[in-house]
Design a protein around this ligand. Structure first.
Ligand code: NAD
Length: 292
C-alpha cells in the first residue's frame, strides 16, 4: 500500500513553478500576477485567500488582494470584475466563494473573462474541459489528476467510481477520468445521494474518488482489495487530543480501508494541499497564454 502524499507532491510542483518564475525573471519576461476578490470577512474565506496569497509569494508570483465589504452591491462587484478583466497587468483572478446571499454567484462566474478564469468555473472553460480542449481545470480535480500522474497510477481500462456530483469536485472529476488521455480512459460511474446499491457499485471500483462531505462514510466493505482510494472530503470535528480542540477527517474510514488499498490518500495531507498548487499552475498557464 502506498500513501499518496499530497503535501510532498505539492511542494515538488511549487518548487518547479518557482524555478520557472526565476527563468522568466532572468529573461526579463512578465512575472505571473494573480488577483483575488474577497467579499466580507468570513473566517474560512479569509484563511483560504490568505493561503493563496502566501503561495503566490512562495513561488515568486505577484498577487493583489481586492477586499470589498459584505454590503457591496452585485453591480459594484460586477464592475470590479470588469475592471480586472480589462487590466492587462493581471493574468488571472478568482472571486472567493461563497458570496453574500444578495449576489448571484452564477452571474459573477459568468462575468469573469474566460481567459482570466483560473478557477475554471466559467461555462466556457467547463465546456472546453468536456471537449478535452486546453482550459483551466477546476483546482481540486486538477490536483487529483496531478497526484494520479505523479504516483503513476494506471487508469486506462480501469473502473472508476466517483462519489458526489458537485460542480467543483465530483462532476468534473467524472468527466476528466473518462477522457481519452492519461489520466483518464476509465469506465466511470458517477454516484450521488440518490444512487441505489452504492456499496455494490463502489466494490467494483479499481479507483474510488470520494467527495461527499460525510466524515468516515466509506468503510472497508465498500472497497475492493487492491483499489486506489482518493479521499477528497474534509470535515472538522471536535477533538480532545489536539491543541486546537478540533481535527480534520476525510470521507474514508482510513484505518480500516488503507490495508486493502494499492494507493490511498490521507486527510489531512492528501488532496487538500494540491488545490492551491493547481491554482498556481492555472495562473502560470494564464500568464504564458497557454490556454487562450
Ligand atoms: P457538495 O456538498 O457540494 O456535494 C456533495 C455530493 O455528495 C452531492 O453531489 C451529493 O449528492 C453527494 N452525496 C451526499 N450524500 C451522499 C450519500 N450518502 N451517498 C452518495 N452520495 C452522497 O460537496 P463538495 O463541495 O463536492 O465537497 C465534498 C467534500 O470535499 C467536502 O467535505 C468538502 O469539504 C471537500 N472538499 C475538499 C477540497 C480539497 O481541497 N481537498 C475541495 C473541495 C471540497
Amino acid at each position: 500500500m502506498t500513501i499518496i502524499d499530497g503535501k510532498k507532491v505539492s511542494e515538488e510542483i511549487q518548487g518547479e513553478i518557482a524555478a520557472e518564475v526565476q527563468k522568466l525573471k532572468a529573461a526579463g519576461k512578465k512575472i505571473p500576477h494573480l488577483a483575488a476578490i474577497l467579499v466580507g470577512n468570513d473566517g474560512a474565506s479569509e484563511t483560504y485567500v490568505g493561503g493563496k496569497v502566501k503561495a503566490c509569494e512562495r513561488v515568486g508570483f505577484r498577487s493583489t488582494l481586492v477586499r470589498l465589504p459584505d454590503t457591496v452591491s452585485e453591480s459594484e462587484l460586477l464592475k470590479k470584475i470588469s475592471d480586472l478583466n480589462k487590466d492587462k497587468d493581471i493574468d488571472g483572478f478568482i472571486v472567493q466563494l461563497p458570496l453574500p446571499k444578495h449576489i448571484s454567484e452564477q452571474k459573477v462566474i459568468e462575468t469573469i473573462a474566460p481567459e482570466k478564469d483560473v478557477d475554471g468555473f466559467h461555462p466556457a472553460n467547463v465546456g472546453r474541459m468536456a471537449l478535452n480542449l486546453p482550459t483551466y481545470l477546476p483546482a481540486t480535480p486538477y490536483g487529483i489528476l496531478q497526484l494520479i500522474e505523479r504516483y503513476k497510477i494506471e487508469t486506462a481500462g480501469k473502473t472508476c467510481v466517483v462519489i458526489g456530483r458537485s460542480h467543483i469536485v465530483g462532476s468534473p472529476m467524472s468527466i476528466l477520468m473518462a477522457r481519452n488521455t492519461y489520466p483518464g480512459n476509465c469506465t466511470v460511474t458517477l454516484t450521488h445521494s440518490k444512487t441505489k446499491n452504492l456499496k455494490e457499485i463502489c466494490f467494483s471500483a479499481d479507483i474510488l474518488i470520494v467527495a461527499l462531505g460525510k466524515a468516515e462514510f466509506l468503510t472497508a466493505d465498500y472497497v475492493k482489495q487492491g483499489a486506489a482510494v482518493i479521499d477528497v472530503g474534509i470535515t472538522r470535528v471536535k477533538s480532545d487530543k489536539t491543541k486546537t480542540g478540533w481535527k480534520l477527517l476525510g470521507d474514508v474510514k482510513y484505518d480500516e480501508v488503507a490495508p486493502k488499498c494499492s494507493f490511498i490518500s490521507h486527510v489531512p495531507g492528501g488532496v487538500g494541499p494540491m488545490t492551491i498548487t493547481s491554482l498556481l499552475l492555472n495562473s502560470l498557464k494564464a500568464s504564458k497564454k497557454e490556454v487562450y
